[in-house]
Design a protein around this ligand. Structure first.
Ligand code: M5T
Ligand code: MG
Length: 592
């Protein structure tokens, strides 16, 4: 279950306290800007007043200037200054708000990615990678519009109401009431709409994650789709997910768009009141003409931006839904936290499993009551039919998972107590499905030791019997592999992965079918160098091809998550059990 985030924007505010100074500055600039924005309107009124009343005008009183011409010149001068202030503060506000939104977005993206990296492997495996990607990318970007456009707009509207309210209050209490008539309606409407929109936008964000999940899964499996000519079917599936996104979005848009007419009707009412009642009052001599014109302009200026309230509400809801998803990811607990103990150096690589019982998620046990010891410096093999639990056992040693019962120990210390550097830093691991990063061959080999010299990289490649084919590649060690470069064969990829593990010079080498895809001759070459490497480290090898493991100090035969037999190759063949039967099949004796 995903953690539920109550009041996500409040939580965001708490989280980014460090931005409060910049936030305050942005608010200040927006305020200056807004004030400077209202002044010209007042100046219009004052100008009308000058023309109408002359030496009795407001400006004449204020500045003590009699001539109408100089009064107007004064007004023009003030106007120029105000416009300069307005433009400068507008620029400053825009830069500050954008900087704020970009900064928060960047921090959130990096923090969320880093947190996701530390989450349990099982968490990643249990959900579509595209859905996590949607949160890290799409949801984070969604914040931009809210912080960039939404927040300043809310602030501007609030300031508008305040400033115009002050002017009205000074002018006429009655008109203040009329002009502000629409505001309670708009506020009430916003609250109602917000409640209605909230679940709709949560669903929109969910649909985005589904869509992104489907797309990235399909792109990753494009070769399979083609080989089964499933393009039509996949198109239909993507169409379906995309239609679901379109429809949830449309529902949200329809609901939020209904708010605009409501706002407009309320505004119309307020504007009509000021226009008519104010006009009548002026005709009756109760209101100065200058003031009347200011009030009419002001009502326009006050109410017009209110139509944006609907759009801002929309931005706010979208941003809120996205923030909730990002914060939910950040609140996801790290269920396999690092320990704090460091191993004494040099690490020897002794591995022990004591009464280990393990399984995945809510599923049944995959390993039952497993006891197994790999003394330091020895090479042990784990064999058994597919699904017997070999990879699961290795995952426990690397602590990708924790056992349900029992203990996994490295050099006599429970792996749960070890820090990652002592545990994973001591292990060279080649996974059953090799992953190469987009980059050069050399970068891939040096992935676990980025400071390795070219000579060390070459030596590791030679030990993995990869040097020959790398030399033949266009570009050699600088050839690009992975997403943007040459695609290597299965066996070539395995050898790069093996070189990568060997370059670490690990205390414990863990190989999961690391040579399954190479030919017998290459495998023999690799075996030779592995035996040499094995003199310096402890090795656990999983293999189906028994010739790979026959020289191991000890072979553990797993069956259904239990140790069925264990011993050297010769002992197991002599025991004439499951291993011996398998050996006969592989050497062809059984056929005869
Ligand atoms: C052993 C189950 C799998 C199998 C059993 C990795 C993984 C495995 N399993 C899960 O339920 N979730 C998982 O994420 O565990 O699987 P294994 O350890 O991968 O078997 P193996 O390595 O001996 O098999 P193979 O084919 O690699 O030789 O029941 O469903
Ligand atoms: Mg496996």
């Amino acid at each position: 279950m995903e953690p539920v985030i109550e009041r996500p924007l409040g939580a965001l505010w708490q989280r980014y306290r460090r931005y409060r100074g910049r936030f305050a500055l942005a608010v200040l600039m927006s305020t200056v800007n807004k004030v400077a924005d209202v002044v010209p309107e007042l100046l219009i009124g004052a100008a009308v007043d000058v023309v109408v009343r002359g030496s009795g005008s407001f400006v004449a009183d204020l500045l003590g200037v009699d001539s109408r011409h100089s009064q107007l010149a004064w007004l023009a001068a003030i106007n120029v200054v105000v416009w300069v202030v307005e433009s400068a503060s507008e620029y400053a506000a825009a830069v500050l708000w954008r900087g704020l939104s970009q900064g928060i977005e960047h921090d959130l993206r990096v923090e969320a990615y880093d947190h996701a990296q530390h989450l349990h492997l099982g968490w990643h495996e249990s959900r579509a990678s595209g859905s996590t990607l949607a949160t890290l990318n799409d949801d984070v970007n969604q914040l931009e519009r809210m912080l960039d456009v939404g927040l300043p707009a809310i602030l501007q509207t609030a300031l508008n109401v305040l400033l115009v309210g002050i002017v009205f209050a000074i002018a006429s209490w009655q008109l203040l009431l009329y002009a502000f008539l629409p505001i309670p309606v708009i506020i009430l409407g916003s609250l109602v709409f917000q409640r209605r929109l909230e679940p709709l936008y949560d669903r929109v964000r969910g649909a985005v994650a589904d869509l992104s999940g489907a797309l990235s899964a399909n792109l990753a499996g494009i070769a399979t789709i083609k080989s089964f000519t499933a393009e039509e079917r996949e198109r239909a599936r993507v169409e379906q997910v995309s239609a679901a996104y379109r429809d949830t979005n449309l529902r949200a848009i329809r609901a939020s768009a209904a708010f605009v007419p409501l706002v407009r009707m309320a505004i119309l009412a307020g504007f009509t009141c000021t226009l008519l009642l104010g006009g009548w009052a002026t005709l009756d001599g109760e209101l100065e003409l200058g003031l009347y014109s200011v009030l009419v302009f002001m009502t326009q200026r006050l109410l017009w931006p209110m139509t944006d309230v609907a759009e801002v509400l929309d931005l706010y809801q979208r941003g809120r839904a996205s923030t909730a998803r990002i914060l939910a990811l950040l609140a996801e607990p790290v269920t396999v936290p690092a320990g704090t103990r460091a191993l004494d150096r040099p690490v020897r690589g002794r591995v022990e499993l004591r009464g280990v019982r393990a399984g995945y998620a809510d599923g049944p046990d995959v390993l039952h009551d497993l006891d197994l010891v790999v003394p330091a410096g020895e090479t042990h093999a784990v064999v058994g039919s597919t699904g017997a639990g070999k990879s699961s056992l290795l995952r426990l040693v690397l602590r990708f998972d924790d056992p349900r019962a029992g203990q996994v120990l490295l050099d006599g210390t429970d792996v749960r107590e070890l820090d990652w550097d002592s545990l994973r830093g001591s292990i060279g691991y080649v996974a059953q499905d090799v992953y190469l990063f987009s980059g050069t061959i050399a970068e891939n080999i040096a992935y676990g030791r980025p400071d390795a010299t070219p000579a060390e990289v070459r030596a590791a490649a030679e030990a993995a019997a990869a040097a020959d084919f790398i030399d033949r590649l266009d570009g050699g060690y600088d050839a690009w592999v992975g997403e943007r470069g040459v695609t290597l064969s299965g066996g070539q990829r395995q050898r790069i992965a093996l070189a990568r593990a060997l370059l670490r010079d690990p205390a414990l080498l863990v190989l999961d079918e690391a040579t399954s895809a190479v030919d017998n001759e290459t495998e023999a070459a690799i075996q030779k160098s592995l035996r040499r490497a094995g003199e310096r480290c402890t090795t656990i090898v999983v293999a189906h091809r028994l010739s790979t493991v026959r020289h191991a100090h000890r072979i553990w035969v797993l069956d259904g998550g239990r140790v069925a037999e264990a011993g050297t190759h010769d002992e197991l063949v002599a025991a004439d059990g499951a291993y011996a039967a398998l050996w006969r099949v592989q050497t062809g004796e059984a056929v005869a």
